[in-house]
Design a protein around this ligand. Structure first.
Ligand code: MG
Length: 343
């Protein structure tokens, strides 16, 4: 299970047993860079398999998750999602009402994101061969019409070599913005699944973020973006730090965290920074544009609680958390998401 949990164990597994066998010549953003999406001949491309348990939970379901997760992976690299594919693998005997509910939700979320389902596939497997339903979505996108202007603004303030918003693009002095509260998706799902009793207070944050991301790009100065899904914010910041070769300082007191999420995480012994989110984006931005980008994000319904959480620095090589009691600790990349089957 660790090999699929989104942390360092999975990264090693993928690098040694999967990517090592794959040809990837000729890509602008190749498979081996393990970014949110690849770029091939100007086309942005990504895929995601969804195995969430249970299929329906507070704030979302496998349908909304399957669209939002894939749309967001296109958007965070600087792509405009154009179309989705949807492959369904259904367990024999699954209640047709559940199929209808999941598909209605998938359709509603695609409509909200403004992205059609262009192609699909449906298979049924014998009872017991899979757990209810697996949904695999892929998406293609083209370069956002705001990307060139966005990078031009950034290059007024520092050298910008990257042409997409990849994990290796953050540099000393860049400001890190988080679009809202962390930990809600993982806690909502875990609590609902295990009956811990927080389910009335914590809902999943599942949301398609292409609209919010467009607002940030229109302002300009954004150099990297990532959706902190499996492995949470801790994983996202560590991937940036490692791939960009820069340290990241984070103010713990600035992290947007609701009391129910904090309490649930404390009780369950889980670090909310290592839990997957499905409706958040982390933005790395040149310092001079950070306040303007923040303001634009706060003006969007999915960025109302956006806040500056830290800054990249050459003082360190790691992600360093400045704690509320005045200390410092290294925020490590989690070995995996502490909560299985949340996406
Ligand atoms: Mg992603």
């Amino acid at each position: 299970m660790g090999h699929g949990a989104g942390g360092e164990t999975m990264q090693e597994f993928i690098a040694s047993h999967i990517i090592s066998h794959m040809p990837d010549a000729g890509m602008t953003v190749p498979l081996r860079s393990l970014d949110d999406a690849a770029v091939v001949d100007g086309i942005v491309f990504t895929t995601d398999g969804h195995t969430v348990k249970p299929l329906f939970f507070p704030g979302g379901d496998i349908g909304s998750l399957s669209v939002a997760g894939t749309v967001n992976d296109i958007a965070v690299i600087g792509g405009d999602p154009l179309a989705l594919s949807c492959a369904l693998i259904i367990e024999e005997g699954l209640d047709l009402n559940m199929v209808d509910r999941a598909m209605a939700s998938l359709g509603r979320t695609a409509k909200e994101a403004g992205v059609p389902i262009a192609t699909g596939d449906t298979k049924v497997m014998e009872a017991g061969a899979i757990d209810q339903m697996i949904v695999v979505t892929s998406a293609v996108g083209k370069r956002s019409p705001h990307m060139d202007q966005n990078l031009e603004v950034a290059s007024k303030y520092r050298t910008v070599n990257n042409t997409w918003l990849t994990d290796d693009s953050t540099r000393d002095g860049d400001v890190i913005i988080l679009s809202g509260n962390v930990g809600e998706h993982g806690i909502a799902l875990l609590s609902f699944r295990e009956g811990y009793g927080f389910e009335s207070e914590v809902r999943s944050d599942i949301a398609p973020l292409n609209g919010l991301i467009t607002e940030a790009l229109k302002i300009g100065g954004v150099v990297a973006m990532k959706d902190p899904t499996r492995g949470g914010l801790a994983n996202t910041l560590n991937e940036w730090s490692q791939k960009s070769g820069v340290g990241i300082e984070v103010e713990e007191s600035s992290l947007p965290l609701t009391d129910p999420v904090r309490n649930a995480a404390d009780l369950l012994g889980i670090d909310p920074l290592s839990i997957g989110n499905e409706g958040k984006v982390v933005v790395s931005c040149v310092a001079e544009m950070a306040e303007d980008v923040l303001k634009a994000m706060r003006g969007h319904q999915y960025g109302k609680n956006a806040t500056i959480i830290g800054r990249a620095t050459s003082k360190y090589r790691q992600v360093v958390l400045h704690t509320e009691i005045g200390g410092k600790r290294i925020l490590e990349a989690p070995m995996g998401d502490p909560v299985p089957r949340i996406c």
